[in-house]
Design a protein around this ligand. Structure first.
Ligand code: GLA
Length: 646
């Protein structure tokens, strides 16, 4: 107390000390994990109170929270009392407050929990150009992290502090353009059930026309040399090691491919597009066709992207005012109908297939979908039949209104509707990838495979912010033991490109480096990769993120080993996964606000001796090193390297 009053006396003496309460800044620039910032109130609008002590002024926020403030070297100091607001009651919020000046940590509160006394911050700011006020969510996620910057103020020598947008770096296209020679892309293994139609296309980059050959295919499987389309049916179970060759005017390329006729499908994580994150309820037949067309014309299909999935809102909507959505939800024989935005699903599927792509659809085990459209409850077999007749190859099955049907939240009740649909899908003569969506309830990763899921959402819905994407992605550690060929954890769809949940769309709010982190992490996590953007608006940077074959090879590696976190300290993390050829994919991440050196320690990765390090984004060999690999990673950025023994 004495120090601070002495300081303010001195400041008064030299004629400075303009005080700007934190609440006087433009808090629309503050980013936070939940809710919006409140001036002189907690995040939920109560008087600011920390461990029983009330504060008249300040800002109530919620971790993870960040505010960038321009000081222009005119500030004297920052002062506040910080802590978790009492409004969370007995729930435990765990946060850390930080004050960063020009890239250096000036002050850290250490971990503060619900009930901890308010902690005093007084930080000298002389010469600082930019200050960042951060509240991180501790290690237990962000639940109940109601964080108060109480009595917070910036004391200026002159001028005013100004809240600013966090920097958005220039988009740096690192993926090299494919060369003219053939290079085979996409999955190296494909599974199909005995007697079911094979739907797979060999893909390659390089000058067209391209011709494909494949030696070692079993009788019954047929290859269209001009398109690379593999079709036919094989009734005997077995694994066929083939060699696929792509030839064009510039040369040829070959590689091994395995066709596995057996009980498992989705042997690598699905790669495709889904309508929800861009169009949501605004989806229609024309938009789906345009997405399929763009998948081919943009070149994405030549990198192995193959699914075109319609999410919610294709069905009849009981009680809707919109004439397009009205009608009989089902035929008299119980078969489900589409709304008028989808006049002919069979024709739509045929069109998608004619482009060498696969088609996906959505439903809920309850009576209604999440958006209130007709769903599958008590019509599961009919729906599976209908989807198969139309020609669908993928279904996302979203819990939603089944919450009203389930008797309780026991594991048995959580699993039941998925078992019912699994049994229905098993009766149709088509392979349909079964995607469970119930946001992670009942630790679905522990039993998603047992109920016959090919993938299962591990989280709530993603949005295109750093907090959402990073919060979900970096929370996946530990789930890796439950993933493998045919059954994958799904931390939700991609939010790169032009997104928006329709009808108004906007470029993703993730910065370029955050988008690199997103694709790097999701590839390491063997997540289904479902592009969530308007495919007709792909820009060069977005395309570069989605067409890097060396990055996609990590996602599609046939071993199917999801990455685990091997190192975490503060904002820096290293995640790694084993690849089929004995090499290791390593992601180096910087979740912090300042550029930092991130080190992958080879002993922690279980790698001995010299390792060749290849940068997968730039597709360049970097060096042969022993012991460790260190690289600079920008704010919210990532590097992805592959280590191969020398
Ligand atoms: C839920 C799902 C989303 C999307 C919508 C559709 O919110 O998690 O991915 O499918 O429903 O209504």
């Amino acid at each position: 107390m004495f120090g601070s009053s002495l300081l303010s006396m001195l400041c008064t003496f030299v004629g400075v000390s303009e005080e700007s309460p934190l609440g006087s800044l433009d808090l629309s620039k503050m980013r936070q994990g939940w809710g919006t910032p409140h001036v002189d109130q907690s995040v939920e609008g109560h008087p600011l109170t920390i461990a029983g002590r009330a504060f008249a002024t300040g800002v109530g926020t919620h971790a993870a929270s960040m505010l960038w403030v321009s000081l222009d070297e005119k500030a004297e100091r920052f002062e506040a009392w910080v802590g978790v607001d009492d409004e969370v009651g007995k729930s435990t919020g765990t946060v850390e407050f930080r004050v960063i000046g020009d890239g250096k940590d000036l002050w850290r509160s250490g971990v503060l929990k619900t009930g901890d006394a308010a902690k005093r911050v007084e930080v000298a700011l002389r010469g600082v150009k930019t200050m960042i006020l951060l509240v991180s969510a501790g290690t237990d996620g962000q639940d109940y992290d109601h964080a108060d910057w109480a009595e917070a103020k910036i004391v200026m020598q002159s001028g005013k502090p100004e809240a600013i947008e966090p920097p958005r770096e220039e988009a740096d296209v690192r993926t090299p353009k494919p060369g003219p020679k053939p290079r085979i892309t996409g999955p190296k293994v494909f599974g199909v059930r005995p007697g079911h139609p094979i739907l797979f296309r060999f893909t390659a980059t390089g000058t067209k026309p391209m011709r494909f050959e494949c030696t070692g295919l079993p009788p019954g499987a047929a290859l269209d040399a001009a398109t690379g389309q593999l079709s036919g049916k094989v009734s005997a179970p077995g694994e066929h090691r083939c060699t696929v060759t792509a030839t064009n005017a510039e040369g040829k390329a070959s590689r091994e491919f395995r066709l596995v006729i057996g009980s498992k499908i989705a042997l690598t994580p699905p790669l495709g597009w889904n309508s929800w994150n861009c169009f949501a309820a605004d989806v229609d037949d024309a938009k789906v066709r345009a997405a399929a067309q763009a998948m081919v014309s943009s070149g994405l299909a030549d990198h192995g992207w193959s699914n075109i999935n319609i999410d919610d809102c294709w069905e009849i909507k009981p009680g809707s005012d919109d004439a397009m959505l009205q009608g009989e939800p089902r035929d008299p024989d119980g078969m489900i109908n589409t709304n008028k935005k989808f006049p002919d699903m069979k024709a739509l599927c045929a069109h998608i297939h004619s482009l060498g792509l696969r088609a996906g659809l959505y439903s809920s085990p309850g009576p209604l979908t999440c958006a209130g459209f007709t769903a599958s409850y008590q019509f599961e077999e009919k729906d599976a039949q209908r989807w198969a007749q139309w020609g669908f190859d993928y279904v996302k099955y979203d819990w939603c209104s089944y919450g009203d049907i389930a008797k309780d939240d026991s594991l048995e009740e959580l699993q039941k509707p998925y078992r019912v649909m699994r049994a229905a899908l098993d009766k149709v003569d088509r392979d349909i990838v079964f995607s469970l969506c119930q946001y992670g309830m009942g630790k679905v990763w522990e039993w998603g495979a047992d109920v016959g899921g090919n993938c299962w959402r591990t989280t709530g819905d993603i949005v295109d912010t750093w907090d959402s994407m990073a919060g979900i992605g970096f929370a996946q550690n530990g789930h890796e033991v439950h993933a493998g060929p045919g059954h994958w954890n799904d931390p939700d769809m991609l939010v790169v490109g032009v997104v928006g949940w329709g009808p108004a769309l906007h470029p993703t709010r993730l910065t370029p480096n955050e988008q690199v982190t997103h694709i790097t992490l999701w590839s390491l996590l063997s997540s289904p990769l479902l592009i969530g953007c308007d495919m007709t608006k792909l820009d060069e940077f977005t395309l570069s993120l989605l067409t890097n074959d060396e990055v996609l090879d990590v996602s599609q590696d046939p071993l199917g080993k999801q990455a685990a976190r091997v190192f975490a300290e503060g904002d820096l993390e290293v995640w790694a996964r084993d690849l089929e050829d004995g090499s290791k994919a390593v992601g180096l991440f910087n979740r912090g606000e300042m550029e930092a050196d991130v080190t992958a320690d080879f002993a922690a990765l279980g790698r001995r001796g010299p390792q060749a390090v290849r940068d997968l984004w730039s597709q360049k060999d970097l060096a042969v090193v022993e012991g460790k690999f260190t690289t600079k990673i920008p704010r919210h950025g990532a590097a992805l390297v592959r280590l191969t023994r020398r």
